[in-house]
Design a protein around this ligand. Structure first.
Ligand code: NAP
Length: 318
């Protein structure tokens, strides 16, 4: 039986693992299908403190993993298909493998950006197609950018990207935006933002050098195909938290994000903690994920010491 199992190996899970291992709690870390998480799909990370020249996303994650291993964290590849938090110790079932037991569990399975699933999209991720304005906006200084989506994320990313871009064209499949009025107003009052509403994205278009040239869309009013020209396409159509495997073992919000007691990583189950994007609908940064991973490990230590008072009553239950 383990003292602590960490599920997920993005910055949140690996930071939790470093702290737990340094506290001599010998955590087991289960890697999931995408070891290293979302950062392994990016190229250069320029905003993680401590790397003045930037660092490649996969290298940063590899460093974190080595750091956790150095202090005795045990790693295991695999995909958790089921958990049972109704019994003590908790049970964690790894696909095609055994059922593991642990006194505590840290959930750090992240969230996945949703993609459009159109031709030209996946092959250009990191080469003109992005799902993270904060990460990649800087690479499009003075260029034309498209943001796809009609929600708050799309408005926020469009406004943010005007810092770098010559123009930002917002492409949305309907005439009406889903975003809150304040976010819409902010984007609408920005003269660099142009609007291509009622247009359904059909394909990311590249030239003969595989450089992104724009987005082919269908104008739903005329039923004609059009090309919206741009050097970069930012897809901002939401994220999906990776919580399916939890079933109803834990409280989540309507979108599937794990609910934690504000200012902590405590879930509604004493001994189960959540950190990183799986519980974060707001910041979603590597550094905030790492910070919350540290919090989860410290909460976990406190719980194992028996000095944690679990008071869920203050927290909103769904
Ligand atoms: P969202 O509200 O679910 O909006 C997703 C948008 O993407 C919708 O406009 C949707 O179009 C469009 N979309 C979805 N699938 C598509 C597809 N296959 N093709 C084309 N378009 C597609 O997601 P979000 O904007 O990421 O926001 C998620 C939550 O976080 C919301 O509760 C939001 O308020 C919150 N948030 C808040 C802030 C803030 O307050 N600062 C910032 C960001 C996010 P339809 O409208 O046609 O369905």
């Amino acid at each position: 039986m383990y003292k602590s199992i960490v599920i997920g190996t993005g910055p949140a899970g690996l930071t939790a693992a470093i702290y737990l291992a340094r506290a001599n709690l010998n955590p087991l870390v289960i890697e999931g299908v995408q070891p290293g998480g979302q950062l392994t799909t990016t190229t250069e990370v320029e905003n993680f403190p401590g790397f003045p020249q930037g660092i490649q996303g996969p290298e940063l994650m590899d460093n974190m993993r080595k750091q956790a291993e150095r202090f005795g964290a045990e790693f295991r590849s695999g995909w958790v298909e089921q958990v049972d938090f109704s019994v003590r110790p908790f049970k964690v079932k790894v696909e095609g493998g055994d059922e593991l037991e642990s006194e505590t569990v840290i959930l750090s399975t992240g969230a996945s950006a949703r993609y459009l699933s159109i031709p030209g999209e996946q092959e250009n991720v990191g080469r003109g197609v992005s799902t993270c304005a904060t990460c990649d906006g800087f690479f499009f200084r003075g260029k034309k950018i498209i943001v796809v989506g009609g929600g708050d994320s799309a408005m926020e990313e469009a406004s943010f990207l005007t810092r770098f871009a010559s123009t930002v064209t917002l492409v949305h499949r309907r005439d009406e935006l889903r975003a809150s009025k304040i976010m819409q107003d902010r984007a609408r009052s920005n003269e660099k933002v142009q609007w291509a509403l009622n247009r359904t994205p059909l394909a990311v278009v590249t030239d003969e050098n595989s450089t992104v040239k724009g987005l082919k869309v269908r104008n739903n009013a005329t039923n004609q195909e059009e090309l919206v020209e741009a050097d970069g396409v930012f897809v901002a159509i939401g994220h999906t938290p990776n919580t399916k495997f939890l079933g109803d073992a834990i409280h989540t919000d309507d979108h599937g994000y794990i609910i934690v007691k504000p200012g902590t990583t405590e879930t509604n189950i004493p001994g189960v903690f959540a950190c990183g994007d799986v519980q974060d609908t707001r910041y979603r940064q590597a550094i905030t994920a790492a910070g919350s991973g540290c919090m989860a490990a410290m909460d976990c230590e406190k719980y194992l010491e028996g000095s944690m008072v679990h008071d869920w009553s203050e927290t909103l239950n769904p």
